[in-house]
Design a protein around this ligand. Structure first.
Ligand code: EPU
Length: 418
């Protein structure tokens, strides 16, 4: 198992480019199951979750060729409409094939994901939505089986809480359903909008993506398309925090500044200078003291839960007390204990964490518990005195491509060791 060895103390400087969005690429890959024609996707990040989705699609019967960030997919036939436990347990987003498989093949068998490091994360709303569209659902042996032999039919689905992949899954199911589907209380994340754009290029009729009501008029069939995935806003945000926490000056390039608005506001309130040199870049400069600023995670366009851990690392270096409230997942503070081992003063009480700073951090051996928690430990290590060794780096490899090389190019002392 790989580890990162990081020696803190260097301010980051220079440009750091971001990749295509993992959480946009995953549903886009699943969407290719909706057509027998070829789909070409550009800017697919080279991360482990993408390889897991590739394996899943190949098992289902698709041809998937990935080269230099370009994926060519062709699902001329669905051989086995199934997502096995072996894959689903390593990546919950595997449930994104549920909607497209029922829509295309009239049947899907997908393992239930089980527990997760950051919260319960059930898929009951995906299932509820498919039922509204006329699928018959049966659960046995840890699997959900959904059948719609005569196809799905449009319906109104009101999500009783906002779900990103649930919205995406239902959107993919509805594009081939007979008649109109209305998704209410839908997720408004940029990844949902990106998926709607891809589906529209494939011939789907979708209105309202990016708002909380999405209307989909089903069509007979979809065709091939070519599409470029949006930049990864969480990767961009991670580098922005890296600039601020190290008192550096970093321009994050090839990103969409609009998608990181909530983080920009917090960084500015904390005392960092944030500018937008070009339409596709954000520059973050920090010198002098940072101030503590409270933060509550919310669905988009609120502050992303996927940046909460990184923000907590930043607040360990800010003057005062910051209250961080996590509203999306029940158990997403695992990084707090690891940061405390590095000297941070953090008290967690249920959904709320209180961070008192600034505290001088010192390098220690720490364990990454999930993708974003790992990123936050890297950030904490960049300002810690001495050496930090982060174990279980495979978590970070799920969603960040070459993070150590990108940070090192901006002056960080970080090394991957086996
Ligand atoms: N929820 C339910 N029932 C459902 C679905 C969700 O109760 O059927 C709950 C979840 O347990 C959670 C909340 O609703 O408490 C929101 O979950 P959501 O469904 O929106 O999360 P997700 O779609 O499983 C995506 C991202 C996550 C990101 C969340 C929230 C992908 C592949 N994953 O997950 O990304 O944290 O939205 O923004 O898009 C990551 O990249 O590190 C990551 C975890």
């Amino acid at each position: 198992m790989d580890k990162f060895v990081i020696t803190g103390g260097n301010a980051l400087r220079g440009e750091i480019p971001v990749n295509g969005s993992k959480n946009s690429a995953l549903p886009a890959l699943a969407a290719a199951l909706l057509t027998a024609e070829p789909v070409t996707l550009h800017r697919i990040p080279h991360v482990r979750d993408i390889r897991t989705m590739q394996r899943l699609l190949v098992d289902v019967g698709a041809r998937v060729d990935i080269e230099d960030g370009v994926v060519r997919l062709e699902a001329s036939k669905i051989v086995s409409p199934e997502a096995p436990y072996e894959l689903v347990k390593t990546m919950r987003a595997s449930s994104l094939v549920l909607g497209p498989l029922v829509a295309r093949a009239g049947r899907a068998r997908v393992s239930l994901p089980g527990g997760c490091a950051i919260g319960a994360r059930p898929i009951n709303l995906h299932i509820f939505g498919l039922e509204q569209l006329g699928a018959r659902i049966h659960q046995s042996h840890g699997y959900i089986e959904a059948v719609a032999p005569d196809g799905l039919r449009g319906a109104t689905v009101h999500f009783d809480r906002i779900t990103v992949t649930g919205t995406e899954d239902l959107m993919m199911a509805a594009v081939l359903a007979k008649g109109e589907t209305v998704l209410r209380n839908a997720a408004r994340e940029p990844e949902v909008v990106d998926l709607a754009e891809l589906l529209s290029k494939m011939g789907a009729k979708i209105e309202g993506a990016g708002t909380s009501t999405i209307r989909i008029e089903g069509v007979e069939q979809l065709g091939g398309a070519e599409h470029t995935i949006i930049p990864d806003r969480i990767e961009a945000g991670t580098f922005m925090v890296a600039a601020a926490i190290t008192g550096g000056d970093v321009t994050v390039t090839q990103c969409n500044p609009e998608h990181v608005g909530a983080l920009v506001a917090k960084l500015q309130q904390a005392g960092a200078e944030v500018t937008q040199p070009t339409a596709g870049s954000v520059r973050v400069r920090a010198s002098g003291k940072l101030r503590s600023v409270d933060m509550t995670t919310e669905e988009y366009p609120g502050f992303a839960t996927d940046l909460q851990a990184q923000y907590m690392a930043l607040m360990t270096q800010a003057e005062g007390i910051a209250i961080i409230v996590e509203t999306i997942f029940e158990n997403r503070f695992m990084h707090a204990q690891e940061m405390a081992r590095m000297g941070a003063n953090i008290r967690v009480d249920g959904k709320q964490a209180m961070v008192a700073g600034p505290r001088a951090l010192s390098g220690a051996g720490v364990i990454a518990s999930d993708l974003r928690a790992s990123a936050s430990l890297v950030l904490a290590a960049l300002v810690a005195k001495g050496e930090t060794v982060i174990d279980r780096v495979y978590h970070i490899d799920r969603g960040y491509e070459k993070i150590e090389q990108k940070l090192a190019a901006a002056g960080a002392r970080i090394e991957r060791v086996e």
